[in-house]
Write a protein that binds this ligand. Sequence first.
Ligand code: UGA
Length: 354
Amino acid sequence: MSYRVLILGANGFIGSALTAAILRERDWEVFGIDLSDHKLGELTSNPRFKFIEGDITINREWVKYHIKKADAILPLVAIANPAQYVKDPLRVFELDFEANLEVIRDCVNYRKRLIFPSTSEIYGMSPDAELDEESSALVYGPVNKQRWIYAASKQLLDRVIYAYGVRDQFDYTLFRPFNFIGPNLDDIYEAKEGSSRVFTQFLSNIMHRHPIRLVDGGEQKRSFTYIDDAVECLLRIIDNKNGVASREIFNIGNPANCMSVKDLAHLMVETAQEFPQWSERARTTSITSVPSADYYGQYYQDIQTRVPSIRKTVERLGWAPTADLQAAIRKTIEYYVRSESRYRCSAVELKNIA
Ligand code: UGA
């Protein structure tokens, strides 16, 4: 019988890219659930992919049954957009923490291997130049800065999973994505600010001819990781050759792609000008600054620098990221140039049908 992977949130950014890679590069079966399937395209007709549309909190029995059937479980359902942490912190707690805790307990009860998304946010405002899975302190702001509810929820889940590993020899891997970027991170056609993370937001601003707004001047830095590199690392974690990833925590990131948000904005505008379909829009995109209190509101607090140590990930998994930031931006714009014409066509078709 072939290896079976269960992906909760298969239509998400990571879920859809991972499903595609598994079906392309491995002979495993994939079971998936999500609220919709628009990022999955033709994958849903692959005979090795069994997908249902549904909500993990409503379709509890489906989820439980498939946890029992699967060899590895990836619960990727979560709200992961900082604007939402400050707007609806309790929803973040309910979905990211409560709903996932049930899934984690099912995996423990059925003794199934869990591959769980922790987050780069877990390190919070840690002062370390490179954030290390085993030694960096996790530093958050006060409770009135509600931004930290996401990191705090994820931190407690990490600790719970770790404790099950110590007590029950429970088999898990925690992975920490560092600003994964690429096509379909968020909805680029959604022009509303705050609906996307920075990478999609800036592309969307260019596309819709809206000014790019740098929160507090944009000196804060992130390390951006192209989704193909990230997925390659996840495949190795699922492979788990000789148990190399069992009961381990891995940063998945690209320290060479550490850049300020301001420099990212300029690089994106510059790179978009290489594409005839985008060049005029990019040339006329203005870049301004906005106070974080105006952009996110009073409950926000930022992280100034976030660079992963990937020493352990490289050593244990034999993995290394390859896409530099400009290549990642180019590949993403190429994707949207192609899909924009399709999107326009289908919008016209929909209008005609209506
Ligand atoms: C993200 C999210 O919390 C999660 O997606 C995830 O857990 C994690 O980090 C990750 O991907 O590693 P953050 O990097 O702060 O957090 O999220 P972005 O929305 O991508 O913002 C990055 C920076 O750009 C922030 O400093 C933000 O203030 C700034 N920004 C955002 C702008 O300057 N302008 C904008 O229009 C949007």
